[in-house]
Design a protein around this ligand. Structure first.
Ligand SMILES: [Zn+2]
Length: 561
């Protein structure tokens, strides 16, 4: 502990030297002369609130909520922030679970915005802390990526900032908001459209990982448009008078066929997938309604647009073939990500100062047991910080995140923090195992510290705010022009159609079935020290293929045979 604090002083001391303006700007002087001391106070606040971190991690894991249905998570988190005097703006762009919290001190300038995603994934319910695949609710939702862990980091860092800013009369606004429906990219572009970032100077966004690091420039991921194609035809008896029907399913199948041929002509980094949400009811009725949901991913905004336009053409042709109609609804969008260099460099200094979590022997033993369980080398948890990422030259495609829309609207950086086990694949039950355990608490505390310290740099160093803005206004558009091969500097233009509305009822049917069972699983911090205690799971669970005392999965009534 002592060694770590000592290291913190040394490194942040170096940071202060390189940012000479910090000690020479009168405003900064008046507010506080000692940024290292303030950062140490923020760090101490986070350490003193380890219990709150554990409760937020466990509670938000236990809610098991998915996109546009983050109701309980929202009530819980805004409750904490409201009790601390944060003002809450709700119902952003008509999305009931979309909220922004803010708290101001002094002049209220500058504004630093803290973000972390909050939704889980359908069908990926998983009991935490055990060593086997076992859902909490059969067919239920789960935090099988670990978005819940960063919610603790985001909220506790905001409270740490409030405490330090109040005590030392530091001016600024702390804004806090969740990435809702991130898994269907259905949140952040709407936040942008709602003008949430109009007076924001910097966004510090975080995401769960097994490593600790940040990066700037072009990311390795993709931009994306997610769209649902609804084909409508005419029913008929499939045997008596099929010639009177117009098959929506046949149109959707020809659309899919067309897209599978079309892949040959897409650029190599394209990732295009679909699910047939609704293909009809019974084979003896010609289906009059079919819904086909597509994701179009590419590494430049223009190529995302082109692939989407191609798909629209193919869908129209497929409808024409069978005399049906097709309507296209945009469900979600994301611009390709681009991190702000001055913010990333500052955050990296704070990452070096905070360091990796002090993993316990039990944390490491459980991590190795999980790795062995899933057929990976038992290397345990990461103990080294990642090098500052400097951007991708030729990205080969990969996942998308709607933080891209925010990164093209306001200077933004993303912190990856270590609250999961190396080698576990995301969007998989394996990725939920550690997300309500001490591994998650340790990672979330590091997240909170780095966020708070980076925000303090922004509140106290006007030059950093200016540098971030300069990079955003003058450097990022030109670098992106070269990277994307456009003829003009790149300017953000949302993929959302002007008349689009968020598809907030997309998971209604599933949630109506699951919610009563989900409520039974909510964590009760008043009764149990941890969620593992509530579930009766022994920690660390080290016996292979073992539930270590966890109860059996709840089963929705309509699934009982
Ligand atoms: Zn995510």
């Amino acid at each position: 502990m002592f060694a770590k604090r000592h290291r913190l002083r040394l490194l942040t001391g170096m940071a202060t030297l390189s940012l000479g303006v910090l000690v020479t700007t009168p405003a900064a002087h008046a507010q506080s002369p000692d940024i290292n001391g303030l950062k140490a106070e923020a760090e101490a606040y986070v350490n003193a609130h380890a219990k709150l971190i554990q409760q937020i991690v466990d509670s938000t894991f236990s809610f098991q909520e998915i996109g546009y249905n983050e109701n309980q998570t929202g009530i819980y988190l805004t409750g904490i922030l409201q009790r601390h005097g944060f003002a809450i703006r709700r119902n952003i762009e008509g999305i009931p679970t979309a909220w922004v919290a803010s708290w101001s001190n002094g002049s209220g300038r500058p504004t630093v915005s803290l973000n972390n995603d909050e939704d889980g994934l359908p069908g990926l319910s998983q009991m935490p802390g055990i060593l086997k695949e076992q859902p909490m609710i059969a067919g239920g939702n789960g935090q099988s990526e670990g978005h819940n862990t960063g919610l603790a980091g985001m909220v506790v860092s905001a409270l740490a900032l409030q405490s330090v800013m109040e005590q030392h009369h530091i001016s600024g606004t702390v804004q806090v908001w969740p990435g809702i429906a991130e898994e269907i990219l259905g949140g952040k572009a709407w936040y942008v459209r709602a003008g949430v970032f109009e007076h924001v100077d910097a966004v510090l966004s975080t995401h769960v990982s097994s490593g600790l690091g940040t990066s700037y420039g072009r990311s390795g991921g993709t931009g994306m448009i997610s769209a649902e194609y609804t084909f409508q035809g005419k029913t008929a008896h499939a045997a008596a008078d099929p010639w009177d029907g117009k098959s929506a399913l046949a149109s959707a199948e020809m659309f899919d066929n067309g897209m599978n041929y079309m892949r040959q002509f897409f650029h190599p980094a394209s990732r295009t997938q679909n699910v047939l949400v609704n293909g009809g009811d019974e084979p003896n009725v010609i289906p009059a309604l079919t819904e086909d949901w597509y994701y179009f991913r590419e590494v430049t905004p223009e190529m995302v647009r082109q692939n989407f336009a191609t798909a629209n053409r193919v869908a129209k042709a497929a409808a024409e073939m069978f005399g049906t109609t097709v309507a296209v609804k945009t469900i979600g969008t994301a611009w390709p990500s681009w991190g702000n260099q001055p913010l990333a460099e500052d955050m990296d200094r704070n990452i070096q100062a905070v360091g990796m979590p002090n993993w316990t022997a039990d944390d490491q033993r459980y991590a190795k047991a999980v790795q062995a369980l899933i057929g990976q080398k038992p290397i345990g948890l990461n103990t080294r910080i990642e090098k500052l990422g400097t951007g991708e030259v030729n990205p080969l495609g990969g996942p998308s995140d709607d933080i891209g829309d925010v990164m093209w609207t306001v200077p933004t950086v993303r912190l990856m923090f270590p609250a999961n086990i190396p080698e576990v694949p995301f969007h998989n039950w394996k990725a939920a195992l550690a997300e309500a355990t001490p591994i998650a608490y340790g990672g979330a505390a590091v997240d909170a510290k780095v966020l708070a310290m980076t925000a303090l740099d922004l509140y106290l160093n006007p030059q950093l705010v200016r540098n971030a803005r300069h990079y955003f206004d003058d450097v990022q558009p030109v670098l992106a022009m070269q990277a994307y091969g456009t003829s003009k500097p790149v300017v953000y233009q949302s993929f959302l159609p002007a008349n689009a509305t968020p598809d907030i009822s997309i998971h209604d049917a599933l949630m109506t079935k699951l919610r009563p069972l989900m409520e039974k699983m909510y964590y009760r911090p008043d009764k149990y020290p941890t969620y593992l205690d509530q579930l009766g799971v022994k920690w660390p669970c080290l016996t292979q293929d073992s539930a270590c005392g966890a109860p059996k999965a709840l089963v929705p009534p309509n699934q009982i045979q």
